[in-house]
Design a binder for this molecule. Structure first.
Ligand code: NAI
Length: 480
């Protein structure tokens, strides 16, 4: 029986390996992690991450051919194929701080693989890494004196949180990069055969190592750029009376542009877009490509601009101050159907409002109080580190209350900010919400999911990104 071991039981390692185990019952898959709480979670009824459909997949294979363990070295030693899916956060200090990828976790995994291996292995880069990382990893692996052959493949993951299982079941493509040597090509075929158990062969793209590594960074940069492009347009819409939904629809019907990823919002979040673009910027700078680096930097700048523009809109419309006013924040995760808050725009928006001394009442269906308090008190990039390396959570932040339903959050509030597009927010009784709020009652839709006309009819003063402004907001200066 072929044995796979995956190092890193996170948002990528857990779901990807669960799906491989489901689709390939003849392969034994073990996911290992140094974090005991994470592994305990995977072995319990409360999985450590929320992802629609994941529980059913795990329940079907766990104990059959899917295992979760903290015995990292044992399972790596026994495996034929080792996937490495550890974090690659942004460096917080030293050379390249704030931009370069921190490969500490990757490097220590590679050294451990080299130390414990007794048989030949295919080592698969699942984490998103800077282009040419495989070269460095190869050096670490092949500098062991045991005459073991390691073949490195790059197999970046394209799943999106919130739809991970759907994406893994029918991916747009699977990308496998390898060396153009006979061993490299043989390893590509081995991995291709695994995916071919459920992915049509024409969707499995094989390239050289560097193309595969760079394609992942490029894909994330292009996706984030699309969001920043539509968000940049949304600011212009507000200034001119155009409606971003109409503009998005009009341009999206052009088959060269396409309709996806054209929804204006308070900005993108998630653990990947910002970190991968900064990593791309750093690689460009290291290669002397400063114009290219500056081009991609703008994508982040527009994203930051969009978040501060949103905060300014909130403060400006509420008589230029939110001090001591209760603001309800609905949604904290970076998108719906996930409990992940890494780089969530809600964090920067909440910090901005707290900076103006607002009182916040926050509700998210999946994010815990502990996580919210941590996020609001932690420095940027710290939260990309593995949980066990993050600073311990402070007991509370005075002006923040985390509550367990939307109606409690909005009670007596002066304003409501919708930060995540959870479906349940669309179904709330907004008349009841309005009746229980201070007047004038403001609603700021950071995701453009609300029916603005209906809300205005109830009596709300509404701000919806990129939409024609409420007469109330027209003369309020809100440019960041
Ligand atoms: P994560 O933080 O959820 O999981 C990483 C896990 O690796 C943690 O549980 C950590 O304890 C473990 N780990 C770190 N060092 C270890 C070691 N030496 N031995 C054993 N375990 C170790 O991270 P996530 O989100 O799963 O991301 C992993 C990689 O996949 C990153 O490079 C990320 O950029 C990439 N990626 C993430 C996507 C996402 O949607 N989250 C999508 C596509 C790629």
């Amino acid at each position: 029986m072929v044995k796979i071991c995956c190092i890193g039981a996170g948002y990528v390692g857990g779901p990807t390996m669960a799906v491989i185990a489901l689709k390939c019952p003849k392969i034994a898959v073990t996911v290992v992690d140094i974090s005991a709480p994470r592994i305990n979670g995977w072995n319990s009824d409360h999985l450590p991450i929320y992802e629609p459909g994941l529980e059913a997949v795990v329940k079907e294979c766990r104990g059959r051919n899917l295992f979760f363990s903290t015995e990292v070295e044992k399972h790596v030693a026994e495996a034929d194929i080792v996937f490495v899916s550890v974090n690659t956060p942004t460096k917080t200090h030293g050379l390249g701080a704030g931009k370069a990828a921190d490969l500490t976790y990757w490097e220590s995994s590679a050294r451990m693989i080299a130390d414990v291996s007794k048989s030949d292995k295919i080592v698969v880069e699942k984490s998103t890494v800077p282009v040419r990382t495989a070269e460095a990893i190869e050096r670490i692996l092949t500098h062991n004196r045991k005459k073991i052959n390691f073949t490195i493949l790059s197999n970046p993951e394209f799943l999106a949180e919130g739809t991970a299982i759907k994406d893994l079941f029918s991916p747009d493509r699977v990308l496998i990069g390898g060396r153009e040597t006979p061993e490299g090509q043989k390893a590509i075929e081995t991995l291709k055969d695994i995916y071919a158990n459920w992915v049509p062969k024409e969707k499995i793209i094989c390239t050289n190592l560097w193309s595969a590594e760079l394609s992942k960074l490029a894909a994330n940069a292009f996706l984030a750029q699309r969001i920043s492009s539509v968000n940049a347009m949304s600011a212009l819409c507000e200034a001119t009376g155009a409606d971003i939904s109409e503009v998005s629809h009009s341009i999206g019907t052009d088959s060269r542009i396409g309709p996806k990823f054209l929804n204006a919002s308070v900005g993108f979040g998630g653990s990947c877009f910002q970190k991968d673009i900064m990593n791309l910027v750093y690689i460009c700078e290291c290669n002397g490509l400063h114009v290219v680096a500056n081009y991609w930097k703008q994508v982040i700048k527009v994203n930051d601009y969009q978040k501060s523009r949103f905060v300014n809109r909130v403060v400006a419309s509420m008589f230029n101050t939110v001090a001591a006013k209760k603001i309800a924040v609905l949604g904290f995760s970076f998108k719906k159907d996930t409990g992940d808050t890494r780089e969530a725009p809600a964090i920067d928006v909440c910090k901005g409002l707290l900076g103006d001394k607002a009182r916040l009442s926050i509700y998210d269906p999946q994010v815990t109080e502990d996580q919210i308090i941590k996020d609001l008190s932690m420095k940027k990039f710290d939260k990309e580190q593995p949980a066990h390396l993050q600073p311990p959570s402070p007991t509370s932040i005075k002006q923040v209350a985390v509550v367990w339903d939307a109606y409690t959050a909005v009670k007596d509030a002066h304003g409501v900010c919708i930060m995540t597009e959870w479906d349940e927010f669309k179904k709330l009784d907004y008349q009841k919400i309005y009746d229980n709020m201070q007047k004038p009652a403001f609603l700021f839709d950071g995701r453009n999911v609300m029916d603005v006309g209906k809300l205005r009819k109830i009596g709300f003063i509404v701000y919806s990104i990129g939409k024609p402004l409420d007469p109330w907001l027209k003369d309020m200066p809100a440019v960041a």
